[in-house]
Design a protein around this ligand. Structure first.
Ligand SMILES: [Zn+2]
Length: 267
């Protein structure tokens, strides 16, 4: 058995091996580029958020602006996730080419915003394992407590949600693709202080830009800010260097961290 599993792992993506073999007993956060993150809990349960693993963006949009500029480091059949979140039905958050594979096992449960149902039904995903969520919903998912919150992605995705994830005593805010809504400060902080804030910096399609993400970090004072949504598509923009400069200049006491694709950190 030992030999067989070694052979299987030889053919897997390095990232998948890293994720599957990540030490139990630690809470870890993995980054897959764009808005894609995976959390692995102390007990080993996995939660994937907004994974984009395919080339469906380029196929759907039909031009080079949506060509992946970063490699695919995970195949959707390599890992059976315990839980998946899709914050809205745009292809870089609900990957229509990968989701049927991610859900092709009898185990994985999906939490998705309301309009994702169109794609889930089209591809005949198992309805029993899908929960459609809206702001103010709280869902218990094994080790995870998921508090879904408002997200202002405008008319592009009126059903979009953000989420506050409570895991192993940590609180992680994932704003989702949103514009700056400082009037939601108390909703963002409604479950208590934030350990990690994950938010976009690309400033296109109604998203927070570098300055707005820094400003939100300044207002919410998370222990760590992790910017996302840059580097994958030419049309999406987003400059991590500018975000870094702004944070250093305006919020020097706020910790931030730039995660590279495939990297994991202990949280
Ligand atoms: Zn997006």
């Amino acid at each position: 058995m030992q030999v067989e599993s070694s052979i299987i792992m030889f053919f897997m993506n390095y990232f998948a091996v890293n994720l599957l073999s990540a030490q139990v007993g630690l809470t870890q956060l993995f980054y897959l580029g764009q808005a894609g993150f995976i959390i692995k809990s102390r007990s080993g349960q996995t939660l994937a958020i907004d994974l984009y693993l395919s080339d469906c963006g380029e196929r759907i949009e039909g031009h080079i602006g949506f060509k992946r500029l970063l490699p695919k480091i995970l195949s959707p059949l390599e890992v059976v996730f315990d839980y998946i979140i899709a914050t809205h039905p745009h292809f870089d958050h609900y990957d229509i080419d990968s989701m049927p594979f991610l859900m092709s096992n009898p185990h994985t449960k999906l939490f998705a915003s309301a309009y994702c149902k169109i794609f889930a039904d089209e591809t005949k995903l198992d309805k029993k394992r899908i929960t459609y969520v809206k702001p103010s919903d709280t869902c218990n998912a094994g080790d995870y407590t998921l508090h879904f919150i408002n997200c202002d992605h405008g008319s592009l995705a009126p059903d979009a949600v953000g989420v506050i994830i409570e895991i192993d005593g940590k609180r992680i805010l994932v704003t989702g693709d949103t514009c700056l809504r400082l009037d939601w400060k108390y909703e963002y902080l409604s479950k208590g202080t934030i350990d990690i804030m994950i938010a976009p910096i690309n400033g296109a399609y109604g998203n927070l830009n570098e300055e707005e993400c820094a400003e939100l970090s300044g207002v919410l004072q998370p222990k760590l800010t992790i910017p996302c949504h840059f580097g994958l598509f030419a049309t999406h923009k987003g400059l991590p260097g500018l975000f870094m400069e702004l944070m250093n200049k305006k919020y020097p006491d706020n910790n931030y961290y730039l995660m590279t694709m495939g990297e994991s950190i202990i949280i």
